[in-house]
Design a protein around this ligand. Sequence first.
Ligand code: Z5A
Ligand code: MG
Length: 317
Amino acid sequence: MEAVRYVTMGAREADATLVQEPSAAQQMARQLSEEQVAEVAAAVNSVPDIKEPSDLRQVVEALRSSKQTAFSAEDLASVEAGIAALERPLDARPTWTAQKGRGLFFVFEGLDRSGKSTQSRKLREHLQKENGPESVKWMCFPNRELATGCLIDLYLRRQIELGDGAIHLLFSANRWEMANTILEELNRGVSVVCDRYAFSGVAYSAAKGLDFHWCQAPDRGLPCPDGVFFMRVDPEVGAARANFGDERYENAEMQASVRSEFQLPRLHEGVAWQVVDGGRAIDEIHEDICKQAAVLGQAGQEGDTKSIRGLWMQQQQ
Ligand code: Z5A
Ligand code: MG
């Protein structure tokens, strides 16, 4: 497999009219000292690349047997719980039971700086106005607050090194750790608006040269969203937006490969995939998304209950 070159394009000037919330990455970065980061790097950088989900346990063992202080025994146990979800064969993956009146599950996907965070937060506000402040939960992947997410965060900021297989599986474990929470929220009538999901997982790893089907396997069976808004922007548009170039994959070459992977029909099979022109004004895009969300919310009702399928479970292996 050809190694990916990480050529940073450099951050462009921020749009002063649009206020950026500090990213979860920045929040997580403040919690670990330089010494702690160095200890984690020393422990995991020597782990060989990984082929099977169970191999990911080597990362946990490397951390457990080192003198690092960033991750507690409890943190490492939670990483192992995420790994256990990936190890399950397909016929042992959970089936999701939907309750009557459940909330809706919307996901935003797209290239870097395509406006996912902006638009997902605006959809949350819109749904809150329509149905009440407690009616929506916003989340994002990677969830950098989880222990798996902390490792992912360190990797994305180039503080630690992990093989392409290992990091792919960690991203998936990070989602499995949240799968029951997503279900619980939906079944208590709360809609979930999510910034990136398994589609990013496959698109970014396949773009590095990993096998597409291998990349899909760990995420199969996760709750399938009711709708995915894919924010389509020209590469130059994303690269010109604030802070582009700060993280590992933010370079023109990688973005072009990710764009091709996102377009593969297999990624959208069985998924309500909506392509949104993300090059327009923020409010215009938002209006469009609100209309589409209303239509998607009506689709697929079985009697009174809208079922929740397992992602990519209908596909041929
Ligand atoms: N990754 C992976 O490899 N595997 C996985 O399984 C997952 C992720 C889940 C971190 O993601 C990385 O992890 C990512 C993929 C990989 N690759 N990289 N690098 P992240 O979601 O945490 O990345 P981020 O830091 O939030 O950036 P982003 O998501 O790429 O940006 P965005 O959310 O799409 O854009 P935004 O923050 O809404 O907008 C960016 C700027 O543009 C901001 O200043 C806005 O105010 C402005 N903006 C937004 N919309 C517009 C319009 N319409 N006009 C003008 N300006 C706008
Ligand atoms: Mg974002």
